[in-house]
Design a protein. Structure first.
Length: 292
């Protein structure tokens, strides 16, 4: 059992979102439910069913909140409903097709108690069909200053999937939960970080990111680009527009080009340009013409 002090208030809210994945939600709920029974800290589990045709079977005796939306409203909207319903000091969003090890909750609460961060970021076990490897966000290994993390987020998601992040409720007050096809995780990170945010990287804790989901936007380059372009038109910050525009160009080039030495060299060259121009206000006029 964890060494947690008694607390009548809810400490962490775990929000599970589902769309037509009842079996996966059931398994994930059972795992989180098992883990919270081992801790004296109060843990709240909220399941948001985003208009699924089949409802997951969860025992009515279980201590949880179940919200069923009448139609599919998209992941950001479902997460927003979960956040507005939550009572915890900290909030964790978890996709139904990702999983956690048996000691995930114990390690997460320990890190939250010791550090009291605004964002707790964990490493991930990246699972594909034929390979499994542990991935630690490289940019965050030495860089935890919010301003520097925010700079990297101007042109690349350096934090990773949403299941690897636990937010303080204070940090989420700034999130608008934009309903876009892709990069909703990226957008949430950027909005929740300000000059006072405290970011902690927990390398010892992991979650499993399943990369083989057929309906994942990130599994399709075309869907990813469409989502990024949609996001591009929602964001008005000039630095974001500059970095994202070049990111689109890079991704579109990847679709057309073959896997050659020159292709890889050119992509690295584009990344360097992204890093440089993301700071330049004057580049935006050119980019508006480059990608109208």
């Amino acid at each position: 059992m964890m060494n947690c002090s008694s607390d009548n208030n809810i400490y962490i809210s775990i929000i599970l979102t589902s769309y037509n994945r009842p079996v996966l939600v059931e398994k994930l709920f059972e795992e989180f439910n098992r883990q919270r029974k081992r801790c004296s800290k109060r843990v709240e589990i909220i399941v948001i069913d985003d208009g699924s045709k089949l409802r997951p079977t969860i025992s009515e005796k279980s201590d949880h909140i179940y919200i069923q939306l009448t139609e599919n409203m998209g992941a950001p909207y479902a997460r927003k409903i979960g956040y507005q319903t939550s009572s915890g000091q900290f909030i964790h969003f978890h996709d139904s097709d990702d999983s956690v090890p048996v000691d995930w909750l114990e390690k997460t609460i320990t890190s939250l108690e010791e550090n009291e961060p605004d964002l707790l970021i964990t490493s991930r076990i990246s699972s594909k069909k034929n390979s499994i490897n542990i991935v630690t966000p490289n940019y965050l290994s030495k860089i935890t200053a919010p301003s520097k993390v925010k700079h990297y987020l101007q042109y690349e998601n350096c934090i990773g999937p949403l299941g690897g992040v636990t937010f303080s409720k204070r940090a989420l007050l700034r999130c608008t939960f934009q309903n876009i096809l892709s990069c909703q995780d990226w957008h949430m990170y950027y909005e929740s970080i300000d000059s006072e945010s405290k970011i902690i990287l927990s390398k010892s804790n992991t979650f499993t990111y399943n990369q083989v989901g057929e309906d994942r936007i990130s599994s399709s380059v075309h869907k990813k680009i469409n989502g990024l372009e949609q996001y591009f038109y929602l964001v008005h910050d000039k630095k974001w527009r500059c970095g994202l525009a070049l990111h689109f160009a890079l991704k579109k080039y990847e679709i057309r080009a073959g896997n050659t030495f020159w292709r890889r060299s050119y992509l690295w060259f584009l990344r360097i340009i992204v890093m440089f121009l993301a700071r330049r206000q004057s580049a935006c006029r050119f980019l508006d013409k480059f990608l109208p």
